[in-house]
Design a binder for this molecule. Structure first.
Ligand code: DGL
Length: 262
């Protein structure tokens, strides 16, 4: 039987990770779960995030996956160890690989990280970056408005997106930062805006960093056309619009809803 991997996120943001994985491994079968009924995770307690993550992973395991990917940075920061303890298959997060790419890319030694409140408060990115060695200086800022902005269909070319991104990037200005980790699945949607506001700064997309890390494992799927199933736990009101903003190659009408396990 063909190998299938499971990918989950707190919502629809993980489609940016799926996009990177589909581009890198088009021949790989995948199943995606976006927990739209319980999103956002980013302002919740570690206990709740872990409980939600375990139920999402169980859903994927029941579908017979051979590995589970926590596409969500918040889950990767808070619950990865627990997922690894509980699941009988390999579990990959998006934080370690993003930290690794950032540490390798910086020349100035100053790396910035933006993420949800829970991700930033956990200190997980600082720990991962400092563990890479070298005398890195890590600057962080939580950007809680960016997720609701995307979830409410505010496209990257909307001036509101630029105003809010500019505000969140202010603490990084004049600090000599040359690499910024987009430490949340939604943020790659605003990549062009962020890049315009930070010319010359390398932006790290955790989905692309993950695809790089997984290349030795799944490189044999670099060609072909695998089967991909998309599930969400709820179809939010602006669902079709958000899916289009996240990844316009995904057909929103073909996404299944399953909340039987909540
Ligand atoms: N998917 C989450 C992350 O990557 C952001 C959305 C949320 O707060 O649930 O951190």
């Amino acid at each position: 039987m063909a190998e299938k991997i499971g990918v989950f996120d707190s919502g629809i943001g993980g489609l940016t990770v799926m996009k990177a994985l589909r581009e890198a491994f088009p021949g790989l079968d995948m199943v995606y779960l976006g927990d739209l009924a319980r999103v956002p995770y980013g302002g919740r307690s570690a206990e709740t995030i872990t409980r939600y993550a375990l139920s999402d992973a169980d859903f994927l395991m029941r579908g017979g996956v051979s590995a589970v990917i926590a596409a969500c940075n918040t889950v990767s920061a808070i619950a990865l160890e627990e997922l690894r303890r509980r699941l009988a298959v390999p579990v990959y997060g998006v934080l370690e690989c993003a930290a690794e790419q950032a540490a390798a890319a910086t020349r100035s030694g100053t790396v910035g990280v933006i993420g949800t409140r829970a991700t930033i408060a956990s200190g997980a990115y600082e720990r991962a970056l400092l563990a890479k060695g070298g005398a890195l200086r890590v600057l962080t800022n939580a950007c809680p408005l960016l997720v609701p902005l995307v979830e409410n269909g505010i496209a990257p070319d909307d001036p509101v997106a630029e105003t809010i991104c500019e505000r969140y990037l202010r603490p990084f200005r004049g600090q000599g930062m040359d690499v910024l980790i987009l430490g949340c699945t939604h943020y790659p949607v605003y990549r062009t805006v962020l890049q315009r506001l930070l010319p010359g700064v390398r932006l790290i997309n955790s989905g692309e960093a993950l695809a790089e890390q997984l290349r030795p494992l799944y490189g044999r799927y670099a060609a072909g056309s695998g089967h991909v199933d998309y599930y969400v736990t709820e179809r939010s009101v602006a669902f079709d619009e958000i899916v289009r903003i996240m990844d316009d190659s995904v057909d929103a009408a073909a996404i299944h809803v399953d909340n039987s396990f909540l």
